[in-house]
Write a new protein. Structure first.
Length: 132
């Protein structure tokens, strides 16, 4: 991104998205528009096209605005909305391996106790998977 009236290109890292979740942003070559795929634990992914608004007097500390051009795709489904609180987001967790060489990350989906009782709940494994 060119900043100010400097003849030399200057790279400045700026936040152009907001909202809770993971943003996957792809910017066009002219740095005028970008596609943002927002995914969150409690909502399906949404793909939106934004126009980047910068002023000619932009400085490295100025934050440009982004204007929503259109929503390209939403995975929202009325059937999921109708289920309401029955579809709770997972609990995220991390576990360090015994040798400390890696950290494993997981998502734990806990059944609704009101609907399924206090547990214990059976473990479901894919076909052919063996218990360790």
């Amino acid at each position: 991104m060119l900043v100010g009236g400097d003849a030399r290109p200057s790279c400045v890292l700026l936040q152009v998205t907001s909202g809770v979740g993971m943003h996957n942003v792809v910017m066009d070559h002219g740095c005028r528009r970008f596609v943002d795929v927002l995914s969150a634990l409690d909502a399906p992914p949404v793909t939106r096209l934004f126009a980047l608004v910068t002023s000619p007097a932009a400085t490295p500390t100025a934050t440009p605005g982004a204007t929503l051009v259109c929503e390209v795709h939403s995975a929202r489904d009325d059937r999921c909305d109708a289920l309401g609180s029955c579809l709770a987001p997972p609990n995220l967790f991390s576990v360090v391996t015994r040798d400390g060489a890696a950290t494993l990350h997981g998502a734990l989906f806990v059944p609704d106790e009101a609907a399924f009782g206090p547990g214990p709940f059976p473990t479901v494994r894919p076909n052919g998977a063996k218990a360790v």
